[in-house]
Unconditional design. Structure first.
Length: 453
């Protein structure tokens, strides 16, 4: 699509929003989302195969993504009844006496969403469905590498009964996408992807356009000396190598108390070495391909750099083929290495020892990115103390950093993001509060009608 196509889409969306009397009532939006969830539920396996083939996610995990997408739609339908205004007390001062005031939450206007490849269905759901739920027209641009999930999903949205002008897919180049999101008709810009691109686009937004950004992190996990070793290892392997590490909150930096470092490393390496890397369609595959061959080359170069600077490869450290990189553990890479400071977005985790927990906290907090972190310990006081010291939007206790449910708030701090994700939280972001104030001099004939509010 070129700018002329995108411009027509945005014009349709803007006109639909301006037609306030023609907006879908809440009960109709609930009906559409309920039908959408049912349609998707009937096609879970179809979408799972598409996710695996298009994006490389192992089929077992792709099924979970499709099931989560159904749950997310149902959550949005349920939350519509909770998008409410409030009464504003007016008699707190003499100036407000004799007035009645209340607010309503209204759709903010056209939403433009740019999505990422790593969850090609569920990320689309998290950006598109909240807009449908609150009544905002939405235009979504999927990742160039994974457009088919988005296309099929938008087709289902229309099959469920939503008018086409309220949900449109724009598959365009980057220049057209930039022109689209920076247009003054856009009320909210939703972006999932690289921090460099997200913050750049935010700087170009038209005055008044809201923005929700979700970027990545270099997620730290602190393993205390009293952690349950077996469950800790199992959790970290899942959190570090799920979808080949292509997750914005994937476990990357693991700080281990030196008293247990050797034991932990042996168990962690043994479990990681058992992971099956290869064809995502095969049921036994644990770790699939990276999204593009050039990403395999990039990950390989970062690992080689760390090795040349003193890191030790415990397991992995090599390409399986031009699309798959072996699950890799690096021991004690330099703190200034790329694998220690930048988001790897690949199947690589780094292990560092510490003598005092304060060291682990300082290293965890040393980067400008901050998203989700983890602490593993049997001591509740220690867990809460470390949680309070970590710079993160969420701290998982005895669970890996990539844990997420679709109803919890999900947000990066600092360079890692702006605004709050999660189904209900995004719905709030896509509305604004409008206040109505009624003076006591209002004709008595209309006052009985206020009972509806």
């Amino acid at each position: 699509m070129n700018w002329a196509d995108a411009d027509r889409m945005l014009d349709r969306a803007a006109r639909a929003h301006k037609n306030a009397s023609g907006r879908l009532p809440a009960h109709r939006r609930v009906e559409i989302l309920r039908k959408l969830a049912a349609l998707l539920r009937d096609r879970i396996e179809t979408f799972a195969v598409l996710i695996a083939r298009e994006g490389g996610k192992p089929i077992r995990d792709a099924r979970i993504e499709a099931e989560r997408a159904v749950t997310g739609i149902e959550l949005a339908a349920d939350h519509i009844s909770h998008i409410q205004g409030r009464e504003i007390p007016m008699d707190l001062s003499r100036a407000g006496e004799g007035r009645l005031a209340f607010t309503r939450r209204e759709p903010i206007g056209p939403v433009v969403a740019i999505s990422a490849f790593n969850h090609p269905l569920n990320l689309i759901v998290h950006q598109v469905v909240p807009a449908i739920a609150v009544g905002c027209p939405v235009i979504v641009k999927p990742a160039e590498t994974t457009p088919l999930c988005c296309k099929r999903f938008v087709e289902l949205v229309h099959e469920a009964g939503l008018p086409e002008e309220l949900c449109q897919m724009c598959l365009c180049d980057n220049a057209t996408a930039e022109q689209l999101v920076t247009d003054a008709r856009v009320s909210l810009f939703s972006f999932i992807g690289s921090a460099r691109i997200g913050w750049y686009l935010r700087s170009r937004l038209a005055p008044g356009t809201r923005c929700v950004l979700e970027h990545g992190g270099v997620a730290p996990a602190i393993i205390c000396h009293d952690a349950n070793m077996e469950s800790t290892v199992r959790s970290l392997v899942k959190g570090g190598y799920y979808h080949a590490g292509q997750v914005c909150v994937s476990v990357q930096r693991i700080f281990v108390d030196n008293r247990i470092k050797s034991e932990f490393l042996d168990l962690y390496a043994a479990r990681t070495a058992q992971l099956v890397a290869g064809n995502p369609i095969e049921e036994e595959t644990d770790v699939g391909p990276l999204i593009l061959p050039r990403e395999v080359e990039r990950v390989s170069s970062w690992v080689e750099e760390s090795i040349s600077d003193g890191a030790r490869v415990v397991t992995g450290g090599e390409k399986v083929n031009d699309r798959v990189y072996a699950p890799t553990i690096l021991l004690d890479p330099p703190v200034n290495a790329l694998v220690s400071t930048q988001e790897i977005f690949g199947p690589v985790t780094c292990i560092y020892g510490f003598d005092h927990e304060e060291q682990a906290v300082l290293q965890s907090n040393a980067l400008p990115v901050a998203f989700q972190s983890a602490v593993f310990t049997r001591d509740l006081d220690r867990a809460l103390g470390l949680s309070s010291q970590l710079e993160a939007s969420a701290v998982m206790i005895n669970d890996h950093t990539a844990f997420r449910t679709d109803w919890m708030p999900f947000a990066g701090l600092g360079v890692s993001g702006l605004g709050v994700g999660g189904m209900s939280h995004t719905m709030e972001e896509m509305t604004h509060e409008k206040m109505t104030v009624i003076h006591s001099q209002t004709p008595h004939s209309i006052l009985p009608q206020m009972e509806r509010f």
